[in-house]
Design a protein around this ligand. Structure first.
Ligand code: AMP
Ligand code: MG
Length: 318
C-alpha cells in the first residue's frame, strides 16, 4: 500500500545507551560532590550555578532527566532482584529549596515496591524518649531497596544547633550537654554511616542549596498562589530569620561528615530543572558504583525452567 502523502516519517525512539548515560551522569554530578570536607566552604557553592547552561537548555535538561529516570529504573530493577545492597538517599535543605519536587521527579520511574520514603518532622514525645538516631534507624531501607529520608538525623545538628533550647526538650541528661556536643554528634554520625556502609547500605546526602533571595521569591509565590498556600507556614518565615546560623551549621556539618563512603552533594537549587538533573545523575552514579547485576541462574534452576516450559507447552487446549 502506498504511503499517504505528508505522512510523518516513523522515527524509532533512540535506544538508551546506558553505559554512555552512566558515564555522563558521573561526570555531570562530580563537581557537586564533597567527599573530603576539610576544604569545603559554602561561599564557593553558587546556588544559581547551572554548569554554564542557559535557560535555553531547559527542554534538553528535561529530556536528559527523562533518560536518567529510565536508567535509574533499570538499575533499581537489578538492585531489587539482587537483594543485597540498600541505598539511603538523604535530603536536607532550607524550606522551599525543592526537596519534595526533587524526590518526586527523580524517583518517578522507580518501582514503588523498591522504594521507601520517610519524612522527619519535629520529634514526637516517643521519639524524644530515645537517642537521636533511633527514629531514623527504624526507617532504614531493606536490602534491595532505595530509602529516601526527607530530612533526617542531620536536623539534630541543624535546627537543634540553631535552637539549642531543643536539647532541653530532648531529655538528654544535663551533664552530657557540653560545648563539645556537636563535635560528638558529628563523630557519631560518621561512625553510624561507616557502620551502614560496612553492612551494605550505601549513603548519599544531598544539600539543596537555595539562595536567600530565591527562598523569598518562592515564599511569596506560596502565599500568592492559593494552590500553594498549604505549603507555607508562618514558622518557615521564622526560621528564615536564622538564615546565617543555618548556613554556618550546614557548612560545618558538610565539612565534618563528608567522606568517600558517604559523600554530600551540594546541589545548586535556584533552578529546579538543574537541581533535578544533578540529583538524578548522582543517584545513577551511586547505583552504578555497586556493579549491580541480575542474580545468576544455576544449572538446577535452568533444568527446572525447561521442565516447566515443556509441561506448559504440552497442556491440552488453550
Ligand atoms: P517540613 O519538612 O517543612 O514539613 O518541616 C518539618 C520541620 O520539622 C522543620 O522545620 C524541621 O526543622 C523540623 N524538625 C525536623 N527534625 C527536627 C528535630 N530533630 N528537632 C526539631 N525540629 C525538627
Ligand atoms: Mg516546611
Amino acid at each position: 500500500m502506498a504511503k499517504p502523502k505528508n505522512a510523518p516519517e516513523k522515527t524509532r525512539p533512540a535506544k538508551l545507551d546506558l553505559a554512555d548515560l552512566i558515564k555522563r551522569a558521573r561526570k555531570f554530578s562530580r563537581p557537586y560532590r564533597v567527599d573530603n570536607g576539610k576544604k569545603f566552604r559554602l561561599k564557593d557553592a553558587d546556588p544559581r550555578d547551572t554548569a554554564g547552561l542557559g535557560s535555553e537548555a531547559k527542554p534538553q535538561s528535561k529530556e536528559a532527566l527523562q533518560n536518567g529516570i529510565k536508567a535509574l529504573a533499570s538499575l533499581q530493577d537489578k538492585l531489587y532482584a539482587q537483594d543485597r545492597w540498600g541505598v539511603l538517599l538523604i535530603f536536607q535543605a532550607m524550606d522551599a529549596a525543592g526537596k519534595d519536587g526533587a524526590i518526586k521527579h527523580v524517583m518517578s520511574g522507580v518501582n514503588p515496591q523498591g522504594c521507601q520514603v520517610a519524612s522527619f518532622k519535629a520529634p514526637s514525645s516517643e521519639e524524644l524518649d530515645h537517642d537521636f538516631l533511633w527514629r531514623c534507624n527504624k526507617h532504614l531501607p531493606e536490602r534491595g531497596r532505595i530509602g529516601i529520608f526527607n530530612r533526617s538525623y542531620y536536623e539534630d545538628v541543624l535546627v537543634v544547633k540553631v535552637h539549642p533550647e531543643f536539647l532541653g526538650a530532648a531529655k538528654i541528661p544535663r551533664e552530657l550537654i557540653g560545648k563539645d556536643i556537636w563535635e560528638k554528634r558529628y563523630r557519631d554520625i560518621r561512625s553510624y554511616e561507616r557502620y551502614l556502609a560496612n553492612n551494605g547500605v550505601i549513603v548519599r546526602k544531598f544539600f539543596l542549596n537555595v539562595s536567600h533571595a530565591e527562598q523569598k521569591r518562592r515564599f511569596l509565590e506560596r502565599i500568592e498562589n492559593p494552590d500553594k498556600n498549604w505549603k507555607f507556614s508562618a514558622s518557615d518565615a521564622k526560621e528564615r530569620a536564622y538564615w546565617k546560623d543555618y548556613m554556618k551549621a550546614y557548612e560545618e556539618l558538610i565539612r565534618e561528615t563528608s567522606t568517600e563512603d558517604s559523600p554530600w552533594y551540594v546541589v545548586p537549587a535556584d533552578n529546579k530543572w538543574f537541581t533535578r538533573v544533578v540529583v538524578a545523575a548522582a543517584v545513577i552514579d551511586a547505583l552504578d558504583s555497586l556493579g549491580l547485576h541480575y542474580p545468576e541462574v544455576g544449572a538446577d534452576k535452568l533444568r527446572e525452567l525447561a521442565a516447566v516450559k515443556k509441561a506448559l507447552l504440552a497442556e491440552k487446549g488453550k
